[in-house]
Each structure stands twice: as C-alpha cells, then as structure tokens.
Design a protein around this ligand. Structure first.
Ligand code: PGA
Length: 251
C-alpha cells in the first residue's frame, strides 16, 4: 500500500554537465523499475538542467535544502517556490550534514517543512542519532524529539506530502549500515510515534526511508523489513549503475 521510494542525494558532487550525463545514463536503466518512486537531488545549480533532462522519464527532482521565506533580503537562500520553478517536486529537509555543519535545528526543520508544503513540494524530513547518542542509549529519545519538533503543528492531511528519512549519522558515508533489524526497530518506533500523534491512517500511509550506506547488496534486506519503505542513498547514487541497481531492487 506504500509505494517504495528511492532517492539519491548527490550532496556537493557533480557539475551541470556531469549531472545531466548521470540522469541521461540512469533513465533507461530505471525504465524497468517496478512501481518505485525514483527521485534525484542534485546541487542547486544543476536543478534546472536536470529537470529538462528527466522530462518524459519517471525520475523526479529534489533539492537538498530550502529556506522558509518566499522572498526578501536573505542573501544566499533559495525559496521553495523557486525550487518548484526550477522543476523540483521534492526537497530534502534537515539532513544530518545540515544539522552538523550549518546550524539546522528542529525549529528550522519545522519552518522549512511548512514552507515546502505550502509551495506544493513533498518534504523528505531527515532524522537520525549520532554514534554517541546510540551508545548512550538515547536513540529513541533523539528520534522522538527530532520528529515531534520537526513536525510540530502539522495536521494529518499534511502527511500526504511528507516522507520521513531515518539516517543514523554513524552509518552515513562510513560503509557501516545499520543492520536490517536495527533499522526496522527505529522505523517501527517512528511509525508508532506517528500513530500516537497523528493517527493510525496517517502512520499507515507514511513512507519511512532508511539512509546510511545503502548499496545494491544490502538494499533487498532493508526493503524486506515491514516498516522500511525506501532508501535515501548518498555515495551509491553518484553512479548510474549502482543507483539503478538499488532502484530496481524488486525487479
Ligand atoms: P551514504 O549517504 O549513502 O553515502 O551513506 C546517505 C545520506 O547522507 O543521505
């Protein structure tokens, strides 16, 4: 009932030409994807050209961040409506790298998510614990406060355009994936939390992605878990072949 969702987060990699080449190579490889929603998130400067390159394909476009104001004197920021204008349907919000290096907080995640929804984008809201938090047995507490803080004030209807990504910080770019069971445990916790706060129907429909060293050889095991509905892929999304192998995990 929840459509699988595979997103590639290209982070700060690739020129415009390289980005266009990657989606051009990717499109035929994922043409056989089996009922999977496929999204790529290039850097801001490549968005518009990638939007042109994916026209007529099943691939959708995300930005990696946004600001919460529509316009104004906010040097360096990009508004959700401008992302739409550039061809985006989705935006990643609250990635752990933004939290770690750029001062993102649950409060800014909340404002950005509201602005993204208001502009008609789907928000991919990221949560995840650090290694110290996991070792200190604070994983569930951290996830709960990030999720409730980030999604404070939203109504059930908003969840049709919210996707949650669980990305344990210790698994990002490290080659250390959470085990299927470790990931499932947190995904179930998130779904139960959403059930309590926003109701069963909302929780049943919410797609929860796992992120952190997802590769072609571990995606099947993760996707077989009942509460894992997709993946947010970093490193392995930078090559058409490996990202296509992930996006066609069920073919
Ligand atoms: P990774 O990154 O797949 O390279 O671990 C995932 C992410 O940060 O979204």
């Amino acid at each position: 009932m929840r459509k699988p969702f595979i997103a590639g987060n290209w982070k700060l990699f690739k020129t415009i030409a390289e980005s266009v080449a990657l989606v051009t190579e990717l499109a035929p490889l994922v043409a056989t994807a089996n009922g999977v929603e496929i999204v790529v998130a290039p850097v801001f400067t490549s968005l518009s050209c990638v939007a042109d390159a994916i026209a007529g394909t099943e691939i959708k476009l995300a930005a990696q961040d946004c600001y919460w104001e529509e316009e104004g004197a906010f040097t360096g920021e990009v508004a959700p409506r401008l992302l739409k204008d550039a061809g985006c349907s989705h935006v990643i919000i609250g990635h752990s790298e933004r939290r770690q290096y750029f001062g993102e907080t649950d409060g800014t995640v909340n404002k950005k998510t509201a602005a993204a929804l208001a502009a008609g984008l789907v928000a991919i809201v990221c949560v995840g614990e650090t290694l110290a938090e996991r070792e200190g047995e604070r994983t569930f507490a951290v996830i709960e406060s990030q999720l409730l803080g980030g999604l404070a004030g939203f109504a059930e209807a908003d969840f049709s355009r919210i996707v949650v990504a669980y990305e344990p910080v210790w698994a990002i770019g490290t080659g250390k994936t959470a085990s299927d069971a470790q990931a499932q445990e947190v995904h179930l916790f998130i779904r139960e939390l959403v059930t309590r706060q926003f109701g069963q129907a909302t929780a049943d429909g919410l797609r929860i992605l796992y992120g952190g060293s997802v590769k072609p050889d571990n995606v099947k095991g993760l996707m077989a878990q009942p509460d894992i509905d997709g993946a947010l892929v970093g490193g392995a999304s930078l090559k058409a072949e490996s990202f296509a192998a992930i996006a066609t995990f069920n073919v």
